[in-house]
Design a protein around this ligand. Structure first.
Ligand code: PEP
Length: 259
């Protein structure tokens, strides 16, 4: 069984000093469990200094974004090549990138490819808006985003990808889809992976849920069949709550192992 993946997306919060204090606090509060991989994604500036502070047996580090060209005249961007050796994971196509910064599918697929080319793991985010949901387009939207995001990825490379299902309407709102809704999307995603890369890849790929995850709903969300982890935004900025999320993830893993 693959390790459960719990990812904390710190978004554009915490300067370098505050990020260091949060890591210090997390390192005291978060227990290390063999079956759980915990990834912290601070802003790019803090990533460098945290990479010198972090105990990589306790936490992995992730970037929230990258540019897909290795280097060049791209003012303001940081490439996957530059993140290599600092980050283990890179979040690609987060809904805030897609909707606030109008990131195009073409860029997202190039970024997934750049992350893998540079030896890191990509977390590809997919998810429908509230309107797409009410129009009954959820399955179609996530399938299209998945197929497009993986367009440049080979069957060997897909092992370096995890998919995060993050409904746009659930991010930072306190609204969460039902377990049945999440399960339905998980099935759509695995079915499409199976078409593209075969049954084994579909079984092995890690599918995460993200959107208003907190210490109260972690157990229910992680108990959804086929959900292999969580992408946590706001709640990952509070050391006690994030530690509680990890403990609940551990309890779910233990329960699964005893089944
Ligand atoms: C996120 O940033 O990916 C996210 C899911 O945020 P939140 O948990 O705050 O909804």
């Amino acid at each position: 069984m693959a390790k459960k993946l719990i990812v904390g997306n710190w978004k554009m919060y915490n300067n370098t000093q505050k990020a260091s204090l949060l890591l210090h606090s997390l390192s005291e509060k978060v227990e290390t469990h063999r079956d759980i991989e915990v990834v912290l994604c601070p802003n790019t500036l803090a990533l460098q200094s945290l990479s010198l502070q972090v105990n990589r047996r306790q936490f992995k580090l992730g970037a929230q974004n990258c540019y897909w060209r290795d280097e060049g005249a791209f003012t303001g961007e940081v490439s996957a090549t530059m993140l290599r050796g600092i980050a283990d994971y890179v979040i690609v196509g987060h809904s805030e990138r897609r909707h606030v910064f109008r990131e195009a599918e073409r860029d997202i697929r190039q970024k997934v490819q750049a992350v893998i080319r540079n030896g890191m793991q990509a977390i590809l985010c997919v998810g429908e808006t509230a309107r797409e949901r009410s129009d009954g387009e959820t399955a179609e939207v996530v399938r299209d985003q998945l197929v497009s995001g993986l367009a440049n990825i080979t069957s060997e490379e897909v092992a370096s990808v995890s998919i995060a299902y993050e409904p746009v309407w659930a991010i930072g709102t306190g609204s969460v889809p039902t377990p049945a809704d999440i399960r339905a999307v998980e099935k759509v995603l695995r079915k499409e992976i199976s078409v593209l890369y075969g049954k084994k890849a579909a079984e092995e790929i890690r599918i995460l849920y993200g959107g208003s995850v907190n210490a109260e709903n972690t157990t229910e969300l992680l108990s959804v069949k086929g959900v292999d982890g969580l992408l946590v935004g706001g709640a990952s900025l509070k050391a006690d709550e994030f530690a509680a999320i990890i403990e609940q993830a551990f309890a779910v893993t233990k329960k699964d192992a005893n089944k």
